[in-house]
Design a protein around this ligand. Structure first.
Ligand SMILES: Nc1ncnc2c1ncn2[C@@H]1O[C@H](COP(=O)(O)OS(=O)(=O)O)[C@@H](OP(=O)(O)O)[C@H]1O
Ligand SMILES: Nc1ncnc2c1ncn2[C@@H]1O[C@H](COP(=O)(O)OP(=O)(O)O)[C@@H](O)[C@H]1O
Length: 181
């Protein structure tokens, strides 16, 4: 009986609106098209299900991140490539869960606060800046950037396509085939 290979976990961290979901979805589609077994754990969807009821205190965010990492680890153990898209703002917790996942890559999806405020994809920055949302990351709650991410994508400087190419080459995807580990 052949052993299942360990799947990778690609963990996207960054401010709301930085481009985590956009890039994770683009990578997801590319890997699906190439026949890869892949799952996307997106912060918003996780919070509607697995983490329903959690808020945005440090304790709740850490619980959310640990739950995501737990599920990612289970899937990866069965050979699935897992893409995680979550702000995951606290370096200590992020570092801890990533170090416990056997085959993880940290992707820092980086855009300055003025750019994400300008994008304001969901209108949340406007509300946070008006004081209508407490503990909003980057406005009145911390975001601790990775000190040494495996992949650092400055989404105000490169296009989504360029970001996707950087991700694919970091994963060793060549000529329509995903590198095995
Ligand atoms: N206070 C506050 N701070 C940050 N974000 C907020 C907040 N309230 C709601 N939202 C929305 O929730 C999404 C972030 O959820 P995450 O699970 O990724 O956050 S965390 O990792 O637990 O910190 C985030 O989604 P993204 O914009 O996709 O990042 C927001 O839409
Ligand atoms: N280079 C880029 N990479 C990713 N997203 C980008 C880029 N340039 C502009 N955007 C835009 O920024 C927004 C990011 O939103 P989203 O992916 O939902 O962010 P997040 O998941 O981090 O909250 C989208 O509207 C996307 O089209």
């Amino acid at each position: 009986m052949s052993r299942t290979r360990q799947g990778r976990v690609v963990w996207f961290t960054g401010l709301s609106g930085a481009g985590k979901t956009t890039l994770a979805q683009a990578l997801y589609q590319e890997l699906v098209d190439q026949g890869e077994q892949v799952e996307l754990l997106d912060g918003d969807a996780v919070r509607e299900n697995l983490s329903k009821g959690l808020g945005f205190s440090k304790a709740d965010r850490d619980t959310n991140v640990r739950r995501i990492a737990f599920v990612a680890g289970l899937l990866a153990r069965h050979g699935v490539t897992v893409l995680v898209s979550a702000i995951s703002p606290y370096r200590d917790t992020r570092d801890q869960v990533l170090s416990e996942l056997p085959n993880a890559l940290e992707v820092f999806v980086d855009a300055p606060l003025d750019v994400v405020t300008q994008r304001d994809v969901k209108g949340l920055y406007e509300k946070a800046l008006r004081g209508e949302i407490q503990h909003f990351t980057g406005v009145n709650d911390p975001y601790e950037a990775p000190l040494k991410a495996d992949i650092h994508l400055k989404t105000d400087e490169i296009s989504v396509q360029e970001g996707l190419q950087r991700l694919l080459s970091a994963l060793g995807v060549q000529h329509g085939e995903v590198a095995r580990v």
